[in-house]
Design a protein around this ligand. Sequence first.
Ligand code: NAD
Ligand code: ISE
Length: 341
Amino acid sequence: MSLAVGVIGTGMIGQDHIRRLTRVLSGAEVVAVSDIDRTRAGQAAPAGAEVFDTPQALIRSDKVQAVLICSWGPAHEEQLLDCISVGKPVFCEKPMVTSEAAALKVIDAEVAFGRRLVQVGFMRRFDADYRRLKAVIDGGTLGLPLMYYSKHRNASVPEGLYTSDMPLNDTLVHDADISRWLLSDEIASVEVRLPRRSRQGGELRDPHLVLLHMASGAIVDVEISVNIAYGYDIRGEVSCEKGLAALPNRPAPVVSDQFGIRQAIPEDWRERFIEAYDQEFREWIVAAGQGTATGPSAWDGYAATLVADAALRAVTSGGREEIAMRDKPALYDTAAKVAAA
Ligand code: NAD
Ligand code: ISE
């Protein structure tokens, strides 16, 4: 039987995930949608799906078994808490929430419920290149990881909607999460340096150079650029005691013509991570069908939120901002038990 999914937020990524669940993957059906822009929700709704006036009504509907939250970050807290209150598995796009206080409320609610329900949209963990990179590091042949260079470059961001805090509380969260996961480490403190401002984004604070000091002593150096113009360019290289391991350039046809020999660069995240999003939803559909969640958890969402908060403080202080995590609840110690698809 198909998993009956209700989608909240039918903007760019909401529409892409609806396409994925409707036309690419099996095992799920989008039966409901909701957006504060009702017209957009109506246009994005697949045939037969009901358009709900409010996210609350969608979450409570008997026809919805599991929820997919693709609204703006600040709206996630209330929608997540609503899903947990009715015990429905929920996939929430990043950032899970936008403050430490909100993250703790989500964790407390899920722990009180007693089973994982929340999966956060850190899709890099499902990307085959990142998985192979992690396997090399975990294999230990290169020795301990010492430094990780994470380059996160967007061609452009929506003018007016994407504000100066967002490179740190919306975009950096991916690098924070992948650093913890790749290096099997925690982030202990954060520094931010602001280079010359790019004229591409007008008054937007861009780019950012962020240093993540890991608990082990390893250091992650992150470039966040959101108006790089030439495409969506994600790179990663881990420098270890006895060698380096790096993400490959994305496989793309090598074109030779009068302009030279070149490979295309993805336009945006939809193209670069298309297979990763597919895989993240394959795994979510199985887990949600069993009433639970897998992959990046509310704990991981909380950890990334702390990094975003610390990075924003570091912009103001100019110094190194410490991160203090609360003790990890047992619920997040082991992966949820999910039977194979
Ligand atoms: P968007 O602006 O294109 O779409 C957001 C939609 O949510 C809009 O249609 C808006 O009307 C709706 N919305 C906002 N608040 C709402 C509320 N309270 N209730 C119902 N609907 C509401 O933005 P987007 O690019 O689709 O991003 C949405 C979320 O997905 C953000 O949190 C963003 O960070 C995340 N995102 C993740 C990735 C990724 O790679 N994992 C990529 C892009 C966006
Ligand atoms: C966007 O919301 C995403 O999550 C993309 O993966 C990221 O690269 C981009 O910077 C964000 O704006």
